[in-house]
Design a protein around this ligand. Structure first.
Ligand code: C5P
Length: 303
C-alpha cells in the first residue's frame, strides 16, 4: 500500500449532478426498497469537494447544510473509507454545494462518491472496482453511478451500474430548481405497487431512442414512474413540466424523486431563452447544464 501524498496535501474534485432520463419501478422488495431500472445521465452542474490530509481526526465542513453534521453523506463516506481501509482518520473535507438537497439530482450521492475517489487518490490507494462499488452501494442507491459518471443503466435499487455509450446527438438540459426539496422516502412511500403509470417496455424503447440520437424522438420517450407520486405532493411541479414543453423542450421530466424538473433542448441558446421566459413565472431557479459524456473530475494533488 503506497502512502500517497503527505500531510498538508489536498485534492479538489468536481461532484456533478445527475438526471434520470427514464425510471421504471418494477415493484417493492422485501427490504423495503423498490426494484427499478433507470437511465442516469451526469450533467455539468456540480458541487466542489476539497479533501486535505491532516495529522489526525476527521472533519467535514458544509456551509450550505450546517445542521447535517455527521449525517452528511460526505462525512459518512469518509468514515466508511477509513473504516474499510484501516487507515487512521486524518482528513478535513470541505463541501461547497451548488446542487440543492432534496432535488432528485443526486448531489449528496455525488459528494459521497467524490470523497471515496478523492480519498483513494490522496492516500495513494487503488482499490478494486468491486470494493469501491460496494462502499458506494452501502452509502446510498445512487452513489455507485457517480463513480462512473457519463450515462449508465441502473438496476436493483439503482446501485447495479452498466455504462452506456454517450448520446450521439445534441442536447442541453434546462433544470428547474424549486425553492424546496422533496424527501426521497416520502415520494417512494406514495408509489402505488404496481405503479399506475407503468408502461410496458418503456425503458427498452428509451434505450433504442438514446442510440438513435434524434432529440425529438428521445424527448417523447422520457418517462419517470415516480412523477405521479411527486406531483401529488407538489402539483406545481406538473405545471413547470408543462411550461417547459410549451417553451420548446423536446421532452420534460421530473428528475429522480424530485423536486427538480428538467427539459431537454436542442442547444444552449434555446435552453437559455426558455429559462429567461420561465424564470419570470416560477419562484425557483432555472439552470442550463450540458450532458457529460464521461466522468470528468479534477483531481489535482496539491502539496
Ligand atoms: O438508497 P438511499 O438511501 O438513497 O434511499 C433513500 C430512500 O429512498 C430509501 O430509504 C427508500 O425509502 C427509498 N428508495 C426506494 N427504492 C430505491 C431507492 C430508494 O424505496 N430503489
Amino acid at each position: 500500500m503506497s502512502a500517497g501524498a503527505g500531510p498538508g496535501a489536498a485534492v479538489h474534485i468536481l461532484a456533478p449532478a445527475k438526471i434520470n432520463l427514464g425510471l421504471e419501478i418494477l415493484g417493492r422488495r422485501p427490504d423495503g426498497y423498490h426494484e427499478l431500472r433507470t437511465i442516469f445521465q451526469a450533467i455539468d452542474f456540480s458541487d466542489r469537494v476539497r479533501i486535505a490530509r491532516t495529522p489526525s481526526g476527521l472533519h467535514v465542513r458544509c456551509r450550505a447544510l450546517p445542521r447535517l453534521g455527521r449525517r452528511n453523506l460526505a462525512y459518512r463516506a469518509a468514515k466508511l473509507f477509513f473504516g474499510r481501509t484501516g487507515l487512521r482518520e486524518s482528513a478535513e473535507i470541505h463541501v461547497e454545494k451548488r446542487i440543492p438537497a432534496g432535488g432528485g439530482l443526486g448531489g449528496g450521492s455525488s459528494d459521497a462518491a467524490a470523497v471515496l475517489l478523492g480519498c483513494c487518490r490522496l492516500y495513494g490507494l487503488r482499490p478494486e472496482r468491486r470494493a469501491l462499488a460496494s462502499m458506494a452501494a452501502a452509502l446510498g442507491s445512487d452513489v455507485p453511478f457517480f463513480l462512473e459518471g457519463g450515462t449508465a443503466v441502473g438496476r436493483g435499487r439503482g446501485e447495479l451500474i452498466e455504462p452506456l455509450a454517450p448520446w450521439p446527438g445534441q442536447a442541453v438540459a434546462l433544470l428547474y430548481l424549486p425553492t424546496a426539496g422533496l424527501a426521497t422516502a416520502d415520494v417512494y412511500g406514495r408509489v402505488a405497487s404496481p405503479p399506475l403509470t407503468a408502461r410496458p417496455r418503456a425503458l427498452t424503447i428509451l434505450l433504442a431512442r438514446w442510440r438513435e440520437g434524434d432529440l425529438a424522438r428521445l424527448g417523447k420517450a422520457l418517462f419517470n414512474d415516480l412523477e405521479e407520486a411527486a406531483f401529488s405532493l407538489r402539483p406545481e411541479l406538473a405545471t413547470v413540466k408543462e411550461a417547459l414543453l410549451r417553451e420548446g423542450a423536446a421532452g420534460a421530466l421530473l428528475s429522480g424523486s424530485g423536486s427538480s424538473v428538467f427539459g431537454l433542448y436542442e442547444n444552449e441558446a434555446a435552453a437559455g431563452r426558455a429559462g429567461r421566459r420561465l424564470g419570470e413565472r416560477f419562484p425557483g431557479r432555472f439552470v442550463k447544464a450540458r450532458l457529460l459524456s464521461a466522468r470528468r473530475r479534477w483531481g489535482v494533488v496539491k502539496r
